[in-house]
Design a protein around this ligand. Structure first.
Ligand SMILES: [Mg+2]
Ligand SMILES: [Zn+2]
Length: 277
């Protein structure tokens, strides 16, 4: 294991657009969505929209079909697979919902690359209607962060991940995101961590305006191709730096191997291979 935790936002970071908007728009409910948005929190509205969509005879299969054709840059899946193959622990922190995210990740064949999906719960009820619940139950108590929507503070999730890092023997976090909600977690990152904001997206604007508030190293990216290149370079440079720290041990092991090869070469010289004439 590389000792690196890579945290991905989902909408507009892994897929090209916002999965909530994509489902609402593709099923023809944009107008109703825009009409209701000023009156309730986004997460509560998505649950209501799923009720409307169900009442109009749209099935779970209709929603799945829309999700499976959500646009994604062709280099994102290879980037995720490579980061996983390099031994990184990949996690998702998203304000979408578990039903949308798992449907898309399973369809792309990369669900198993992620050890954790932190998002709003979602399930299909007995009537075949998708229910979407808040990650943080704001009806009982507030999460206390003024920067974030009532249903989720991504900063608190990062703090929980950070608290478990030492126990799991991991050292660094690389965070990738695009939205306003990715700013709070970027403030929680430490000097040894890396923030990858999507250039010209809201989190990038916020970081540019508040650069002094961030301790982590910042690496901007534009699209999936850029994300793949920068993320894999970063992971490789961290792995190489880690190997240098452990270099004395590596040299010791190498000298051990030399001792072991001596009897083998003696053995070979006693029984030389037949030389063809
Ligand atoms: Mg996003
Ligand atoms: Zn927050």
């Amino acid at each position: 294991m590389a000792g690196i935790v890579v945290v991905f936002d989902f909408d507009k970071t892994i897929i090209e657009l916002d999965s909530d908007n994509w489902v609402v728009d593709e099923l023809g409910f944009t107008e109703l969505f825009n009409q209701l948005l000023p009156s309730m929190p986004w997460n509560s509205l998505m649950d209501k929209m799923m009720g409307e969509i169900h009442a109009h005879g749209k099935t779970i299969e209709d929603i799945e079909e829309v999700l499976k054709r959500a646009p994604i840059h062709p280099r994102i899946v290879p980037a995720i697979k490579s980061a996983h193959a390099l031994g990184c622990d990949l996690r998702i922190v998203s304000d979408a919902n578990v039903f949308f995210i798992e449907t898309i990740l399973n369809h792309l064949g990369i669900r198993e690359c992620f050890s954790e999906i932190n998002t709003n719960p979602g399930y299909v009820d007995d009537n075949g209607r998708l229910r979407i619940l808040p990650y943080h139950d704001f009806h009982t108590s507030s999460h206390g962060c003024h920067r974030c929507p009532p249903n989720m503070c991504k900063g608190l999730i990062i703090e929980r991940i950070q608290a478990s890092l030492a126990k799991e023997g991991k050292k660094k976090i690389i965070y990738l995101g695009d939205g306003v909600g990715d700013f709070c977690p970027s403030l929680k990152l430490k000097e040894e961590d890396h923030m990858m904001p999507r250039k010209n997206f809201p989190v990038w604007d916020l970081i540019c305006e508040n650069r002094v508030l961030l301790k982590a190293e910042i690496h901007e990216w534009i699209d999936g191709e850029d994300l793949e290149l920068i993320l894999l370079q970063l992971i490789n440079s961290i792995i190489i730096a880690e190997e240098k720290i452990f270099n004395p041990t590596a040299q010791l092991l190498a000298s051990d191997c030399k001792f072991q090869t001596i009897p083998i070469s003696v053995h070979e010289s006693l029984h030389p291979l037949p030389v063809p004439h």
